[in-house]
Design a protein around this ligand. Structure first.
Ligand code: SDX
Length: 432
């Protein structure tokens, strides 16, 4: 027997509306509120979507109280320990882990799509040398809609597949082009003999005048970070991609919107902001003063890399990244990195502080990731671009899930209007 419906009763008129219960495979039930506007003439009010499930999805599950994250049912800890970013990308997009032949075919297809049109390079080179790379990446990805306009029918499964491989393959190339432009160095073409992360490091750090050897330790560290950043259900940037995509727009344009949404410091931009914050704090003695600042609502400062809309416990990704940071810094001989020591001390103090304890604020995915990027010599302004490269997989998986749903409709929320009531136009000469 199904669960009984909830009911909404208007206390004045007695009008009743059934709120059918919808159950997922795991997680809290949802109330289907679709009938209440028809029956009662009211909307629901949920600014910032704190309690609203905007869609059904089979991709990623989070239990924020228990600190659990599953990709297609697989715990992120297991994937981080044993899988690869390419395998996780296949899993998120297709729903199942690939067989050996499927994985080889997927990797080959991604590798073969990694070159970008030379005109996109000219576009990149048009930016000022100090343009922020997130803005450049967002613009170049949006311009791909112009390059792949005629060949993108969103209702063609083959076109959708080509789009998904193209965008995952080209994001590192676009990011590397932005990086080289900022440095004033020549663009380095992708190499098909390298895996996804090794190729990315080569495009970032090689120069044409000497041979570049990829450090396998660096490639492995990057691969781990990409696995951990690949998807996170209906976060702000994924919701942006879904919303833009729901209009039927070109998917490159929808992904560009996602890049822009990710850039904000409350979202993916926090990884860059964490390093700036650690530098501003400078030394452990200054931590109490900084915590006093973030507790002061008037300061508009936050403890960057802390807190989460869903996790009211440890973000499982932060735990994995902190351990990876220990291992990587030791391997690179940087175990005494003062910013890492400061971050560990800051975490320790914040987790004992009543303000953070009572609000259940824990380190999130962005708290330690920048320290790994720094150790890999990736410049700070590129940190959020790294996040975008990994998250492109999640954006693509969600876009495909949404476009493949025959019940898809344009996303269009309503509002609680608090502006002026109707009034008559007054000619300018008569206005006070
Ligand atoms: C990501 O959604 C996703 O899944 C995102 C993400 C992904 O993979 O896609 O996980 C990636 O975006 C991680 C988050 C990165 N952002 C930061 O690290 C920036 C710092 N954090 C915050 O700005 C904040 O915690 C958010 C934006 C992450 C969450 O915002 P919420 O959900 O609106 O915060 P909340 O309602 O839970 O806050 C409750 C209270 C408030 O205080 P009161 O009004 O109750 O007194 O906690 C306070 C907040 O002001 N608070 C903080 C804080 N985070 C929340 N106070 C100080 N420092 C903080 N970091």
């Amino acid at each position: 027997m199904g669960k009984p419906d909830y009911e909404l009763i208007n206390p004045a008129s007695g009008t009743r509306s059934a709120l059918p219960v919808r159950s997922g495979t795991i997680g809290p039930d949802c109330l289907d509120i679709a009938g209440i506007t028809r029956d009662q003439g009211v909307f629901t009010f949920d600014p910032a979507f704190s309690v609203t499930a905007s869609c059904e999805s089979k991709i990623t599950y989070i239990d924020g109280d228990a600190g659990v994250l599953l990709y297609r049912g697989y715990p992120v800890e297991q994937l981080a320990a044993s899988s690869s970013f390419m395998e996780v990308a296949f899993l998120l997009i297709n729903g199942e882990l690939p067989g050996a032949a499927e994985l080889t075919a997927f990797r080959t297809s991604i590798t073969r799509h990694s070159m970008i049109n030379e005109s996109l390079l000219r576009f990149t080179n048009g930016f000022h040398h100090n343009a922020h790379p997130m803005s450049m990446v967002s613009a170049v990805v949006a311009s791909m809609a112009a390059f792949y306009y005629d060949s993108m029918d969103i209702y063609s499964p083959r076109h959708r597949e080509i789009f998904s491989h193209r965008i995952i393959a080209k994001l590192p190339t676009i990011a590397a082009a932005a990086h080289k432009h900022a440095l004033g160095q020549p663009f380095i073409y992708p190499r098909n003999d390298l895996d996804y992360c090794s190729n990315m490091l080569s495009m970032f750090f090689a120069v044409p005048c000497e041979e570049y050897q990829v450090d396998p330790v660096a490639a492995k560290a990057l691969d781990l970070l990409f696995i951990l950043h690949a998807d996170h259900e209906q976060n702000a940037s994924t919701t942006t991609v879904r919303l833009a995509g729901s209009t039927g727009t070109n998917p490159y344009a929808a992904i560009s919107a996602g890049v822009s949404a990710l850039w904000g410091p409350a979202h993916g931009g926090a990884n860059e902001a964490v390093l700036n914050m650690l530098e501003e704090i400078g030394k452990a003695e200054n931590i109490p003063k900084y915590l006093a600042l973030v507790k002061d609502k008037g300061s508009h400062s936050k403890l960057m890399g802390f807190g989460h809309r869903v996790y009211k416990n440890f973000d499982p990704r932060a735990k994995i990244i902190r351990e990876a940071c220990h291992r990587l810094l030791a391997k690179l001989g940087q175990q005494d990195d003062p910013l890492f020591e400061l971050a560990l001390r800051l975490e320790e103090i914040a987790l004992k502080d009543e303000y953070f304890v009572s609000r259940k604020l824990y380190p999130n995915v962005d708290f330690y990731s920048g320290l790994i990027y720094s150790a890999l010599k990736i410049p700070r302004s590129m940190f959020t671009v790294m996040f975008a490269i990994a998250r492109t997989v999640g954006w693509v998986a969600h876009w495909l899930e949404m476009i493949g749903d025959p019940a898809m409709r344009i996303a269009r929320p309503r509002q609680l209007y608090t502006g002026p009531t109707q009034r008559d136009y007054v000619a300018v000469a008569q206005r006070r």
